[in-house]
Design a protein around this ligand. Structure first.
Ligand code: DAH
Length: 340
């Protein structure tokens, strides 16, 4: 009788344990058989009503059953844990053969790239690189460059004044004076930097922009040296087949002065959208340094002559990248910057 009950109970426990899917279910089954009110425990309690001579054997049989069910429950627990571990590992699976996701590398700003290119070309031509302050005095920005306070050329360079005599430099030309004052000729340097004018922001203008100034001072420097140097620069910058156009112009700090254009590198001079049909792109102002400027910087213009030039970096960048709006350079939209 007890034997049948035990067999039935064991096969039922075995079936239920084999169907267990979670630790909670296992707990429930364990309690149903082995808990305080579980059926196996109840049977042990029921021993009291068994005939005394049968009791030891029955007790033994129930205890054996209890141990087997308990061992099987432990085995199920192990199975559940192994399964959970397998699922966890599966979820964490790594394909070590996938290409890595490296850090997104930074890159130089397009204006910096153009600036570096310009510097590289002039360094190759034996030029030094010099810098000067962006906050400048009236003397260096205008006066020493042969632009006295009543000079009409001042009106074309609407300035940000900080006080009566101090302003944000409107061009890099004042660095010429500082450079000449600081040393003895000869000089051969470019002076890149940021410049400021009170211009409204448009597709062509920005109140902050960049220039590269150039200065060569030596004995017996002629306009031919100016032409040769700027032709060499333009051909390295825009292509070996670049042709040059020199037109008379006026700057107070040079005499004679020239406005310099290069043949359009897109249409090779035939006329296109970039050069507005003219075939030419104006990129530089230049001239022979005015003797008064050399004298202002403390050198004898009878002994020393030279040429100077100035170019707008944004203008060159617009042309080279074929962009029609200067504002892209300052908005720093990565979608734009990544294209260049
Ligand atoms: N400083 C002039 C400007 O800002 C550019 C320039 C023209 C510089 C002729 C020069 C030069 O050195 O010789 O428009």
């Amino acid at each position: 009788m007890i034997r049948d009950d035990l067999l039935r109970l064991e096969s039922e426990a075995h079936r239920r344990l084999s169907e267990v899917r979670s630790p909670a279910e296992l707990d429930e089954v364990r309690r149903a058989y082995l808990g305080k009110k579980g059926s196996v425990t109840q049977m042990l309690k029921g021993l009291a009503s068994v005939a005394p001579e049968d009791r030891p054997a029955a007790g033994q049989a129930i205890n054996d059953l209890k141990n087997r069910v308990s061992a099987e429950a432990d085995a199920v627990m192990l199975r559940l844990e192994t399964e959970a571990e397998r699922i966890r590992l599966e979820a964490e699976r790594l394909d070590v053969t996938l290409p890595g996701r490296g850090p997104a590398p930074g890159r130089r700003h397009p204006l910096t790239k153009i600036m570096d290119e310009i510097k590289g070309i002039f360094m190759g031509l034996g030029f030094q690189i010099a810098e000067g302050p962006e906050v400048e005095t009236d003397y260096y920005n205008f006066e020493a460059l042969n632009m006295p306070s009543d000079h009409p050329a001042r009106d074309t360079q609407d300035s940000f004044y900080i006080s009566d005599n101090v302003l944000l430099r409107t061009h890099t030309s004042p660095v010429q004076i500082r450079y000449m004052e600081a040393g003895k000729p000869s000089f051969r340097a470019i002076m890149p930097g940021r410049t400021y004018r009170r211009d409204a922001v448009t597709s062509r203008h920005s109140p902050i922009f960049h220039q590269v100034e150039g200065l060569v001072i030596d004995r017996n420097v002629t306009f031919t040296d100016l032409k040769g140097t700027l032709t060499a620069f333009s051909q390295r910058m825009f292509g070996q087949d670049t042709r040059m156009r020199f037109r008379p112009d006026f700057f107070p700090f040079t005499e004679p002065s020239a406005e310099i254009a290069i043949s359009c590198f897109v249409c090779k001079g035939k006329g296109c959208r970039l050069c507005s049909g003219s075939g030419w792109l104006e990129i530089l102002g230049a001239g022979m340094v005015h003797p008064r400027v050399i004298a202002n910087a403390g050198h004898d213009p009878e002994e020393w002559q030279g040429f100077a030039f100035g170019m707008g970096v944004e203008r060159i960048a617009l042309l080279k990248y074929g962009i029609d709006d200067i504002r892209y350079f300052f908005e720093n939209d990565l979608r734009f910057l990544k294209q260049l």
